[in-house]
Design a protein around this ligand. Structure first.
Ligand SMILES: [Ca+2]
Ligand SMILES: [Ca+2]
Length: 244
């Protein structure tokens, strides 16, 4: 009995110690909640369904007429955006499903996660800078493939020079192109000022045919050391403007 008590105390300590080391931001779409304000758009078609997820509730959108789905969190979504480097973000994962699509080849398209710095102007894409994981390693969930799990490591402690990216990462901007990271920006400039996280069902540098999509997502989990500190998303753009 005494041994059992000791074991219980040690276990309780171990659990509380590990809980202090990492934290997770979770969107599991239970109880009708959408933590992070995720959606594909149009917003009216983004629906938290109570059943059919992996498990339980999930976010679905059965009315997408587009080239390919892109799931986005809300602008500067609390807990998901801001200074993800300082927060020690190390991992993001999620479960995705393609319930139906008129593009039967969607499962052969590449899949990736993209982190965007709005440079202070969410309504103007021409100054945005972004980085994403080399999409050639992952393909999108195909029709009838069911729930597909994705798991991405985030090397957000990478401290590179201007224009430099960690191995396996690609960057882009409006003017340099979707697969050319600008030479006047660092990786840290982007990951320390994330305004939106986006999951792409295609290589960001590729076109696609126009099609219909019915998609779902569940269990988006961002692993960090601490909550991200919200940053004034205009700060980097303003600073830069001062030196132009
Ligand atoms: Ca769920
Ligand atoms: Ca912008």
């Amino acid at each position: 009995m005494r041994m059992l008590l000791i074991v219980t105390v040690v276990l309780a300590f171990a659990v509380s110690a590990s809980a202090q080391m990492t934290m997770e931001q979770v969107a599991d779409f239970e109880d009708g909640l959408n933590n992070g304000d995720w959606g594909w758009g149009p917003a009216s078609a983004d629906v938290v369904e109570p059943e059919g997820g992996n498990p339980g509730g999930y976010l679905g959108n059965a009315f997408q007429d587009t080239y390919y789905p892109i799931l986005k969190c809300g602008w500067d979504a609390p807990g998901w955006c801001g200074n993800l480097a300082a927060a020690g973000a190390s991992h993001i994962s999620g479960d995705f499903i393609t319930i139906a699509s008129s593009n039967q080849y969607i499962g052969q398209y590449y899949f990736t996660v993209l982190f965007r710095n709005f440079m202070g102007t969410p309504n103007d894409v021409t100054d945005d800078v972004y980085v994403y994981i080399d999409p050639y390693e992952y393909t999108s969930p195909g029709i009838d493939e069911g729930w597909k799990h994705y798991d991405f490591d985030l090397p957000f402690d990478f401290d590179g020079a201007l224009g430099e990216l960690p191995a396996g990462w690609v960057g882009g901007s409006y003017y340099s192109g979707n697969a050319t990271f600008p030479s006047d920006v660092t990786f840290q400039d982007v990951v320390s000022n994330v305004g939106r996280i986006e999951f792409w069902y295609n290589h960001p540098d590729w076109g696609a045919i126009f099609a219909t999509f019915n998609t779902g997502v569940d269990n988006i989990i961002l692993t960090m050391d601490s909550d991200p500190v919200a940053v004034e998303s205009s700060s980097f753009g303003d600073l830069k403007a001062m030196f132009r």
